[in-house]
Design a protein around this ligand. Structure first.
Ligand code: XMP
Ligand code: MG
Length: 194
């Protein structure tokens, strides 16, 4: 079996051994709840004719975004942006480079920014500043995962899938060196120390 097979990751990434485990069923149930909550929260605004606009932060949020939009029972539009952070994950600088800008204007739109994970909060802080500068009607944040113990700056996360401990996680869109995004569950990396 080649070690590049994402369903048979090498030992260090083997699902089942890490401290964070979110099954496909747990994720599906939580995404359905978030979709129902967003549907309830935005229904009056939709009735007033103000569109709901979901912005996916590529690449990590693409699977969460795909499931979340299908769990929202309202007319909506979508856009995608990509960012890359300077510095390593452990020494994040908060300096973010836009590698793919939005295609659509935010004028007269209620925006929900869809992220995979909020860690230190620095990326989210940058993104919120960027979006606010484009003058939408409102901006809220939906994140599949949040690591509150890692926060360096306070950022509002309005819709959180799961709060998790400080462990590096992957699967369901999140990667290890661009791999394992297609795992249908989230699991944490097992280090040599355990
Ligand atoms: P900050 O620290 O700015 O970082 O909130 C957010 C970004 O860091 C990445 N990140 C992770 N990616 N597993 C990942 O695959 C993780 O456990 C993890 N923690 C942080 C991610 O790109 C996120 O957008
Ligand atoms: Mg990301």
């Amino acid at each position: 079996m080649p070690t590049s097979d994402p369903h048979n990751p090498p030992t260090i990434f083997r699902p089942g051994a890490g401290s964070v485990q979110l099954s496909r069923a747990e994720i599906a149930a939580r995404v359905a709840e978030l979709g129902a909550q967003i549907t309830a929260d935005y229904r009056p605004k939709d009735a007033a004719g103000e569109p709901l606009h979901l912005i996916c932060v590529l690449n990590g949020a693409f699977i969460f975004m795909a499931d979340l939009v299908r769990a929202i029972d309202l007319p909506l539009t979508t856009d995608f942006m990509a960012v890359s952070s300077y510095g390593s994950r452990t020494a994040t600088s908060g300096e973010v480079r836009l590698t793919k800008d939005l295609d659509q204007s935010l004028k007269n739109k209620h925006v929900i920014l869809v992220e995979d994970i909020v860690d230190t909060g620095l990326t989210m802080q940058y993104l919120l500043g960027y979006l606010q500068g484009r003058r939408p009607l409102s901006v809220k944040v939906a994140a599949l995962l949040s690591k509150p113990s890692r926060r360096l700056v306070e950022v509002p996360v309005d819709y959180v899938g799961f709060s998790i401990e400080d462990a590096f996680v992957y699967g369901y869109g999140l990667d290890v060196a661009h791999r394992y995004r297609n795992l249908p569950f989230v699991t944490s990396q097992v280090t040599e120390e355990g």
